[in-house]
Design a protein around this ligand. Structure first.
Ligand code: NAP
Length: 266
């Protein structure tokens, strides 16, 4: 019996736990690749348990998760990190999910564990783009009447209310899940769909609905970039909402770099 107990105990003691705050394609890829690496037991990070956390905003998330729902602010997250004996934290949330990133920064520092942000690079304006860069959806809404009358609104469902006081404009609103029943929404049509979207799809949508301008967050990544390409082709303005500030942090922009960071940190 003793022959078996010692290695098992040893293996358990060496096991490290990584919490990935997810909600992005990058988080999904990172979790999948790290688990495969840990299973293979041939690399510098063999003893790793990966825990993925989602906020629970999307009804049918593409990413699998080990827990769903808020932690209860900084104190709740701190408590979770301690109770679960988390050794490392990777914040791979969406660049517009500013609150959880700030909570993660404070909680990880309080508990004294390494934290990394995996953040995809923002889109860069190139020749032919007619971007109007703004700091917030509120500011985007304020200037929209001077930009166009028929708008393709691609900001998700959380901040629709900001545009609801613009009755003279018409909106094609694309989102994954429908708005909550008590959310005031602007006049127009709701299109439930999930990326990736291709260029021909985006081009036809803009033409079909006679769109005069797009509102987008500068989310970065490939999956939703086609609308920016289509707008460039058709010479349409894009009101581009800039990213909110994120906490000071060690940051990487690729899954491969995040895996290297894990290997170094363990
Ligand atoms: P947020 O404003 O930064 O977070 C609001 C609250 O949601 C947080 O304080 C936290 O609740 C909870 N939360 C957020 N991410 C969580 C996670 N991964 N695990 C557990 N709890 C989480 O974020 P948001 O803009 O509402 O976005 C929610 C989630 O959707 C994020 O995880 C993000 O990656 C994903 N997402 C967001 C966008 C976007 O445009 N904002 C787009 C695509 C995907 P407690 O304070 O109770 O812990």
């Amino acid at each position: 019996m003793g022959l078996y107990t010692a290695p098992l105990l040893n293996s358990y003691q060496n096991m490290k736990r990584l919490l990935i705050l997810g909600g992005t394609g990058g988080a999904e890829k990172l979790a999948t690749q790290l688990r495969a690496i840990a299973r293979s037991k041939t690399t510098s990070i063999p003893e790793l348990e990966v825990i993925v956390s989602l906020a629970g905003r999307t009804r049918a998330p593409l990413q699998s998760s080990d827990r769903v729902g808020g932690f209860g602010g900084v104190a709740g997250l701190q408590d979770y990190l301690q109770t679960m004996n988390i050794d490392l934290l990777i914040d791979a949330t969406h660049p517009f999910a500013a609150q959880i990133s700030h909570h993660a920064a404070v909680a990880a520092a309080e508990v004294g564990i390494p934290r990394l942000m995996l953040v995809r690079p923002p889109w860069e304006k190139v020749e032919g783009d007619r971007w109007i860069e703004v700091d917030s959806n509120a500011y985007a809404a304020q200037i929209l009447p001077t930009v166009a009358q028929r708008i393709f609104l691609t900001i998700g469902r959380q901040e629709l209310a900001v545009y609801s006081y613009l009755p003279a404009l018409w909106f094609l609103m694309r989102m994954i899940d429908p708005p909550l029943s008590n959310t005031p929404i602007p006049p127009g049509e709701i299109l439930l769909d999930r990326g990736p979207f291709d260029l021909s799809q985006e081009r036809s949508l803009l033409r079909q609905y006679q769109i005069g301008a797009i509102v987008s967050k500068n989310s970065g990544g490939e999956a939703t970039y086609s609308k920016i390409l289509a707008a460039r082709e058709l010479g349409l303005p894009v009101v581009m909402v800039q990213r909110p500030p994120v906490p000071d942090s060690e940051k990487v922009s690729s899954v491969a770099e995040a895996i290297d960071w894990c290997a170094m940190a363990l």
